[in-house]
Design a protein around this ligand. Structure first.
Ligand code: NAG
Ligand code: NAG
Length: 434
């Protein structure tokens, strides 16, 4: 009972409490309603005002952008600057053409900027971003970045490798692992390579290679282009579809390949003593150097090996049996001697059988020759070649030594890669920035 009474009293309290709570809640909601209405009004006002603000701001922005682009034009070309002057004149006069002129100028500016960007990309692909000149040095002690585990066909080994191609985009180095009849890709820093072409025994089936000597990637970087030397063919091998392979050129004793950033492919033929070019879309490769057969005249070659093509389509050729390096400008009737130095008293033996050649920003050439165990640099007009790596001239497998250095390449940082055929390894000489 007592319990009941207590319960009753308590219930009434609860009810009372509940009633006041309800009232408070109602009040609260009423206040909230008011707040919401105010917020809503603010929102509506904001929605109306906002576009006006944005439009005004955009106007300001647009004007700013135009000014920047116009300034760029002024710097880029005199012609564009001329148009700008016209535009400014028009603006001052307040003519109606004002807007169209601005649009035109902006368009030109954009076009020019795009052009410059494209040119920069093109340069990146061929020569390093770091400016290399005759003062550049490399650390004499190299690290082995592929192979170096004796001669063999394991994935951590190479067997008499000849050609390399460094691809910064995929952070990989492609190697023509010649005596293993395969192309391997080594990711930067990897302990092992992976087979990306061949490796199916020696033969001439479409999925086989026979002593490949060089590789490049096509312009789109979707396919490998392989100089399948002993099969006397250049083949395109898709990296995306293992079934897609195609013979690009047959009956060619190819040795070296080079690709221009526009997609043109250059090939050396060491038995016909020629350089040929396959332009994108062409069915046949045309002869660009070597109409005059084997010989040592300026318009002849004798067993051309690796080649390098610069931005201007000049071809540098390691003219092996002539013990010299030649430069052929686009559409030239004869080449010019770039190494050994013309005016030097160097005997021809100073460049015995050059094999590999690459070129830096200022036209210095870097040459490997099988018998010197070092890489030498010839500056334009220099009398003599200067050794840059392998200075000791010792044929061995130490970190400062090279054995039959063949193909070579820079990366974008200016590091120098040299393939050491005799010791079955790829050596990386880091650029010395001190
Ligand atoms: C690397 O290659 C060697 C030799 O083919 C093999 O024994 C080893 O398992 C490979 N290592 C890796 C991580 O694939
Ligand atoms: C390319 O040609 C231009 C103009 O003739 C010249 O200034 C430039 O030095 C050349 N570049 C190379 C890499 O030869």
């Amino acid at each position: 009972m007592e319990i009941d009474g207590t319960v009753d009293a308590d219930e009434s309290i609860v009810v009372n409490l509940n009633q006041t709570r309800l009232q408070r809640l109602c009040e609260h909601f009423r206040k909230r309603k008011l707040i919401w209405t105010i917020v809503l009004i603010i929102l509506i006002v904001a929605i109306i005002v906002n576009p006006i603000v944005i439009v005004t701001m955009n106007k300001g922005k647009r004007e700013k952008t135009s000014t920047i682009q116009i300034t760029t034009v002024e710097i880029i070309t005199a012609t564009a600057a001329h148009i700008t002057t016209e535009k400014i004149a028009a603006a001052t006069a307040g003519k109606p053409e004002q807007i169209t002129t601005t649009e035109k100028t902006t368009q030109i500016a954009t076009e020019k900027t795009t052009q410059i960007a494209t040119e920069t990309t093109a340069t990146e692909e061929l020569i390093p971003l770091v400016i290399i000149n005759e003062d550049t040095k490399w650390k004499q002690s190299a690290t082995t970045v592929a192979g170096g585990n004796k001669r063999g066909d394991g994935l951590n080994q190479l067997k008499q490798p000849l050609g390399i191609y460094v691809d910064e985009d995929s952070e990989s180095i492609y190697i023509a692992d010649t005596d293993n009849n395969r192309i391997v890709r080594w990711k930067f820093g990897a302990k092992n390579g992976t087979i990306v072409a061949g490796g199916n025994g020696q033969g001439d089936n479409i999925d086989q290679l026979r002593s490949p000597t060089d590789i490049v990637l096509n312009k789109e970087k979707t396919s490998l282009i392989i100089c399948d030397s002993y099969n006397k063919r250049v083949i395109r091998w898709s990296l995306q579809n293992s079934q897609s392979k195609e013979i690009l050129i047959s009956d060619i004793s190819c040795w070296g390949l080079a690709i221009h950033n526009n997609g043109d492919l250059y090939i050396s033929d060491y038995k016909k003593h020629q350089i040929r070019r396959l332009q994108q879309g062409d069915k046949e490769a045309t002869i660009v150097v070597g109409y005059h057969g084997q010989g040592n005249q300026l318009n002849q070659l004798n067993e051309p090996m690796y080649i390098f093509v610069d931005k201007n389509h000049s071809i540098y050729v390691a003219d092996c049996a002539n013990n010299r390096v030649m430069k052929w400008m686009k559409n030239a009737f004869e080449g010019t001697l770039v190494a050994p130095g013309k005016a030097s008293g160097e005997s021809l033996n100073s460049l015995k059988e050059p094999i590999g050649v690459i070129v830096d920003h200022v036209g210095n050439i870097y040459v490997s020759n099988s018998y010197a165990f070092q890489i030498k640099r010839w500056s334009p007009g220099a009398k003599e070649g200067v050794p840059v790596v392998g200075e000791e001239k010792i044929e061995s497998d130490g970190p400062t030594e090279l054995s039959h250095p063949y193909d070579l390449s820079f990366d974008r940082q200016g590091n120098l890669y040299v393939l050491s055929y005799g010791t079955n390894r790829l050596q990386k000489f880091v650029i010395d920035v001190d």
